[in-house]
Write a protein that binds this ligand. Structure first.
Ligand code: NI
Length: 250
């Protein structure tokens, strides 16, 4: 059985067939919120589907209208049943129209503090912001979680692994130009890797260009199995155990 630890089923791309697509996946899923509304939707989906869990958080791209009262709402949401993490949170310096960097950092820190307070792991988005993300994570040595769709250097990966973090691998590890990500997967210990789809985005080879869903996490498992010289079934079992451990799912 597969565990897709990162899929956005609250996204409008699934408005027409969300429940059917989820029902077709025989595995576990975590749906991380990207706004307060999307976090609420993720919690509702988790309530409706036994195999779906939720994370709640405000994504750096969506943090522009953040005010401190939003933390109270997040805290309430985080205490709902089947909420297993704070996420998707972090820093995104890729898009020029994103909120200012200092503001993103402020919202990121506030949510890391909430995770510490509630003793929850975090799901981190780091796009073109490796130095600042690492620096902020160092301020919270007691925190654990996953760097979603890890895209940093092998050197940064080593420090994160030493600090107890997990690395998430997504569609890009199957792309032809994935040499750097493959190198990171090669050096990552077996007990720290997770497989994710980031549905509806980042479809792996051979599904590129189509809407992504959790069934495609099998392609990520296959690719990682090849890198680690294991069978896809062994990789599925391994990442299932890793996901259950990090997110505290029996
Ligand atoms: Ni995501």
């Amino acid at each position: 059985m597969l565990f897709d630890t990162h899929a956005h089923y609250d996204d409008e791309a699934f408005d027409a067939d969300r429940d059917a697509v989820l029902a077709a996946f025989d595995g576990l899923v975590i749906d991380p919120g990207c706004t307060l509304d999307s976090s609420r939707a993720a919690v509702a989906l988790a309530a409706r589907h036994p195999h779906v869990y939720a994370a709640v958080g405000i994504h750096p791209e969506n943090c522009g209208d953040f005010v401190p009262q939003h933390m109270d709402e997040l805290r309430q949401l985080a205490c709902q049943p089947k909420v297993v993490a704070i996420g998707e949170i972090g820093l995104d310096y890729y898009w020029a129209e994103n909120p200012p960097r200092e503001f993103q950092q402020q919202v990121f820190r506030a949510q890391l503090e909430l995770a510490l307070e509630l003793d929850l792991p975090v799901i981190i988005h780091d796009r073109e912001a490796h130095g600042d993300t690492l620096a902020i994570v160092r301020e919270f040595p007691a925190l654990r979680g996953v760097f979603h769709c890890y895209s940093g250097s092998a050197e940064m990966a080593r420090e994160l692994l030493d600090r107890g973090w997990y690395l998430g691998f997504d569609g890009p590890v199957t792309y032809k130009n994935a040499r750097k990500t493959v190198e990171v997967a090669e050096m990552a210990p077996l007990d720290r890797i997770l497989i994710e789809t980031d549905s509806p985005y980042l479809s792996p080879v051979p599904m590129r260009g189509k809407r992504n869903d959790s069934r495609n996490v099998a392609y990520i498992a296959e690719k990682l199995a090849q890198i680690k010289s294991m069978t896809p079934e062994e990789m599925a079992d391994l990442t299932m155990a890793n996901g259950r451990k990090l997110f505290g799912i029996q």
